[in-house]
Design a protein. Sequence first.
Length: 358
Amino acid sequence: MDFTRLPHPAPVPGATRDQAIADPGFGTVFTDHMISIDYDEGEGWHSATLGPRGPIALDPAASVLHYAQEIFEGMKAYKLADGTMALFRPEANAARFNRSAARLAMPDLPEEVFVEAVKQVVLADKDWFPGVEGGSLYIRPFMFANEHFLGVRPAKKYKFLVILSPAGNYFKSGAPAVSVWVSDYTRAAPGGTGEAKCGGNYAASLVPTGEAFAKGHDQVVFLDAAEHKWIEELGGMNLFFVFDDGSIITPPLRGTILPGITRDSIITLAREQGLDVREEMYSIDQWRDDAASGKLVETFACGTAAVVTAVGNVAGRDGEFSIGSGGPGQVTSSIREKLVGIQRGTVEDTHGWVTRLD
């Protein structure tokens, strides 16, 4: 697919840009450009454009506003040790995007088009890369139904866009380990959309996440819908549990949690280090008891935004407990160091995960 490039009439001045990216935080600063591609049922994907980032015109009857046909991805562009830009496993994001699309009755976007769209906008706005430690360009590809009608059926028109946001530290506290709250709310149920990356899943998490924040915690933990016993994931991150015998457990993909690309990468790296990684159910009672006995020595969360983050404290209606020393453990630190090293080009990439852009 050929991309038309539209000139930007008023890009952000360099001095203003540099000030914005000096301490960008997460998700509040945006770059000059965006990608836009349209879809019509009869024509397929067309009108691929790299142009100025700006407002989107929507009819009040646009399907997304009424029936929530919307999906998105989260990924990052990194700066390697030699100064070149790179993506981490973009093909995996493209594949997951299409799995989400299938669940929401939306059209496939060819994976090569997804990846090319991401490459083009990152290269167009590479000067927005923040200089803060651990900085990146957060990439948000998304698709929504923009056909205007009021009827419960899949739309016949869609729009795919990619925007960028310079990013610093995801967790505002900046603490070496986060504190989490075990929610009474349910995120997803079997047969639902839990494994799709759609906005409705995140909307449902806002009240419990707000509850966790109000109680002084950094994130929320969701349990299963059927028994409210089995640990599933955080509000936007997968979980791993490290034991004193060196083994690791992570909740299995049963259709109710997001199949994280960071999660999959960690499983691969940990097994290469000789660690026994098991995908099996783990209950909140086991978590509490194993932490108290010392059998559980580390817990960490992982995702695109925060990469790998230690969980030091867990609280809920039934009380509170700490894990290990309350900070990052040896396994957490080792896995984070290796994964970030691959992403930044300081550790050899033996899997072909890194895609250079320059």
